[in-house]
Design a binder for this molecule. Structure first.
Ligand SMILES: O=C(O)CCC(=O)C(=O)O
Ligand SMILES: [Fe+2]
Length: 363
């Protein structure tokens, strides 16, 4: 390509640096998300937050069969009706949850030069620092910086700040165990054995990715968006935040603001649980809004099958779900690459593997 025809896409600086520019009172026009009006611009409901399902993890492991099966029914309902729930009594110390938020904050507070080392060349690079979602293809940027680290089956970690790697490894191992328990309960809620999903999805080699999100104060929060409506790849995403709200889930045709129980995990079902269950447990749309007074941080851990697992609807579940597979099989790592290389837009990636059929009787 000659210099005259080359187009250089403008990659913005971090929103952290932008938000710290002296005298910033409005956002640059390429962060104005509201002008790109979308279907999700619906009224916001907070009153429903009481009904967000709460799962007591300790009951899933209870020795009392009655309490255990009740908890499993509740978990199945939460996956089917909401695709979102909070988990309490999960056994992960709050000090460790605070520590992971602390070391991630420490990472974002490194100099821009230090962080630049992790500007990725490829979306599957194991450590990536960036802004927005995929700034090289986006027209509108999101008010968000991120650090993404692949921590399993192979562990990676930035070497700075000090003790980042120790906290990351301890935290992610504990989250993996929690996910194993939740998947066991989910398996049973589908009438399968506790170990079933873990085995067919090869969770021993589960691809686990930690994403730290930083949303600095924004002078015009009503125009900007932290993360647009999207569903997550993988099976379950486990999220914690620094005490500042901003996560909204789409439920019953409305955006519901999540009012987190302190110390609880916020969990959402991902695209690969939808594919594996042939649409019985659908991945949930969610988004993150920003505010003008406090820096919000959230740490999400996405847990998927092993990178090489071909994920398609599970045979044993077809009978409960209309007898025909409604999704094409795709290797998890190929799906991940596809999702991360494009703009983040609702469930557009999942739509690519969805089999659409003409209504019965029509060709
Ligand atoms: O910050 C949040 O609450 C949402 C983050 C999120 O959706 C993600 O990391 O996929
Ligand atoms: Fe998400």
């Amino acid at each position: 390509m000659s210099a005259a025809t080359a187009t250089v896409h403008h990659i913005p600086m971090s929103v952290k640096a932008l938000s710290e520019s002296p005298g910033l009172t409005s956002i640059p026009s390429d962060y104005a998300f509201a002008s790109a009006a979308d279907d999700y611009d619906l009224p916001l409901y907070t009153k429903d937050h009481d009904s967000i399902p709460v799962i007591d993890f300790s009951l899933l492991l209870s020795e009392d069969p009655g309490r255990r099966s009740k908890a499993i029914v509740q978990l199945g309902r939460a996956c089917q009706d909401w695709g979102f729930f909070m988990v309490i009594n999960h056994g992960i110390p709050e000090t460790l949850m605070e520590a992971i938020i602390g070391v991630c904050r420490g990472f974002f507070d490194l100099s821009e030069d230090d962080k630049r080392e992790f500007h990725a060349k490829h979306v599957l690079d194991p450590i990536r620092f960036g802004t927005s979602f995929n700034a090289s293809v986006e027209k509108v940027f999101f008010w968000r910086d991120f650090l993404k680290v692949m921590v399993h089956p192979k562990f990676h970690s930035p070497s700075k700040p000090e003790n980042f790697s120790d906290v990351l490894s301890e935290y992610c191992e504990k989250v993996r165990n929690l996910v194993k328990g939740l998947l066991g309960g989910i398996s049973e809620s589908l009438g399968l054995e506790w170990e079933y999903l873990s085995k067919v999805l090869d969770m021993e080699s589960s691809l686990q990715i930690l994403t730290a999100n930083l949303y600095p104060p924004c002078p015009q929060p009503e125009l900007a968006m932290g993360m647009p409506p999207h569903s997550d790849h993988g099976l379950l995403t486990m999220l914690v935040q620094n005490g500042i709200g901003g996560l909204q889930v789409f439920h019953g045709g409305k955006w519901v603001m999540v009012d987190a129980i302190p110390g609880a995990f916020l969990v959402n079902t991902g695209d690969h649980l939808e594919i594996a269950t042939n649409g019985k447990y659908k991945s949930v749309l969610h988004r993150a809004v920003v505010n003008n007074h406090a820096t919000r941080m959230s740490i999400s851990v996405a847990s998927g099958p092993s990178p090489d697992t071909l994920v398609s609807p599970i045979e044993g579940l077809l009978e409960q779900t209309g007898n025909r597979a409604a999704y094409l099989g795709m290797k998890y790592k190929d799906y991940l690459e596809l999702q991360q290389s494009n703009v983040l837009d609702g469930k557009s990636c999942l739509d690519r593997v969805k089999i659409t059929r003409a209504p019965h009787g029509l060709i």
